[in-house]
Design a protein around this ligand. Structure first.
Ligand code: GLV
Ligand code: MN
Ligand code: MN
Length: 431
């Protein structure tokens, strides 16, 4: 049995308050076993049975820790530790994953936040305001092409029209899944949380890029988050016999799509040279019909993800991709449908929170880097209704969305410790 910690009432935000590293790592490990597959990969797609089980485990852990647990209609989880008065400091992330992803993207922030709040509860710290550990549903876009679903609803950022083109690989519409949960067009506003109830939102996350490791820094202090514009482009040609149809008489939808895929890379590369307007473009999924060796593809559907920290640069590239898709279709006399999924604005994170995190790193003599995030996060939605800040920990070789995703346990623990100290300082700040 660990010895009980001294009461912290006399020193409300003491740096001596430390997280329980063993417990943090054990819970992270338990979560990572849910949906584990080949080569240690993790698959917990939003609203799948495995994703649901990970959320159930979290509810169990929060309840065990003595937090007041609330689950909203879509499945966002809030584990609250009461304290003082006024709006709460929230900290969290997500538990859903991509297909064959890693163990750390999301869970580090959820379990890190849980550990920070548990530590505060155990130490019986006199909190000036409530503190909540949070898990948002459906941060990843892997199933429906729609990212940060839960946090977008909490921030009041989802319009029903945004959901129209969100369909999974089996043809299930996100709109229908939401209806199954009792979330209809007119119930969307009810999922929004009162901004006045949030003092700040903090998210601990793996970097998912190579900068911290390359610069030998332990912590990233995030300044801004790049946002995606996502499209589905469907070329419709004519399915036909691959042996009998002469080359000049074909309407091959996949050949048309191939030209667009190559263009996405060219145009994103051309724009990636600009420091401020750096743009990345990816065709991450393709569906072909009929998709057999002896038939000309009659239909090819591309999922395109364009991102930048500059809204203007991103939109410029997105418009160029759309124009090229139309050109290709016209030249080949086939139909093209361009279905927008969602276009978002990049966000700046709160300067005051950036300063607090930097200050903590300086005091603790931790090597840190002030940097933007190329990946999307729930923080980019909550930033629209409350001050939001993010803490990054290094990713080995910068790899993420892969079973090779890795962060050393000491680095995860350091990140969770910084999160705890940031929560305490922010809770005590007059804001
Ligand atoms: C989330 O990881 C994203 O940026 O796709
Ligand atoms: Mn991710
Ligand atoms: Mn993530």
């Amino acid at each position: 049995m660990p010895s009980p910690r001294p009461k912290e009432k006399a020193r409300p935000f003491s740096e001596r308050l430390t997280i329980n590293q063993e417990r943090l790592l054990a819970d992270l490990n338990a979560i990572s076993r849910i949906g584990i597959g080949d080569r240690g990969s993790v698959t917990r797609l939003v609203f799948s049975v495995t994703e649901l089980r990970s959320r159930q485990l979290l509810v169990h852990l929060m309840t065990q820790a003595g937090l007041k647990v609330q689950v909203d209609r879509i499945g966002n989880i809030f584990g609250r530790l009461e304290g003082g008065s006024g709006p709460a400091v929230l900290a969290g992330s997500h538990l859903d994953s991509v297909v064959h992803g890693g163990k750390f993207d999301g869970p580090v922030g959820v379990i890190g936040a849980l550990e920070a709040v548990r530590t505060l509860k155990e130490a019986d710290v006199a909190l000036p305001c409530p503190v909540e550990a949070v898990c948002f549903v459906g941060e990843e876009s892997s199933r429906f092409g729609f990212s940060t679903l839960g946090s977008s609803l909490v921030a009041g950022q989802v319009k029903m029209k945004d959901l129209t083109n969100a369909v999974d690989a089996r043809g299930t519409k996100l709109e229908d899944v939401l209806a199954g949960l009792g979330v209809y067009r007119d119930s969307l506003p009810a999922l929004k949380r009162d901004p006045k109830s949030i003092k700040a939102y903090l998210e601990l996350h793996i970097e998912q890029g190579p900068v911290l490791e390359a610069k030998k820094k332990k912590i990233g202090v995030v300044t801004a988050i790049a946002a995606p514009t996502r499209l589905r482009v469907v070329f419709t040609g004519q399915a036909d016999h691959s042996g009998t149809t002469p080359m000049e008489m074909r309407k091959d939808a996949l050949a048309a799509a191939a030209h667009l895929i190559a263009y996405v890379e060219v145009i994103a590369r051309a724009n990636s040279a600009m420091e401020k307007g750096r743009v990345v473009g990816t065709v991450g999924a393709i569906k072909i019909d009929p998709g057999v060796i002896n038939a000309i593809p009659g239909k090819a559907e591309l999922s395109i993800d364009i991102r930048s920290i500059s809204g203007k640069a991103k939109e410029r590239v997105a418009r160029a991709v759309e124009a090229r898709a139309r050109e290709i279709a016209t030249a080949r006399e086939m139909k093209v449908d361009i279905l927008p999924i969602r276009s978002e604005e990049p966000v700046d994170l709160d300067e005051g929170l950036i300063h607090v995190i930097e200050e903590i790193c300086q005091e603790k003599k931790i090597a840190y880097e002030v940097m933007p995030s190329g990946a999307g996060h729930d923080a980019m939605q909550i930033a629209k209704i409350a001050p939001a800040g993010m803490i990054f920990v290094p990713s080995k070789k910068g790899i993420s969305h892969s079973p090779l995703e890795w962060t050393d346990p000491e680095e995860i623990c350091l990140g969770a410790q910084i999160l705890l100290e940031t929560i305490l300082r922010v809770a005590h700040e007059a804001r």
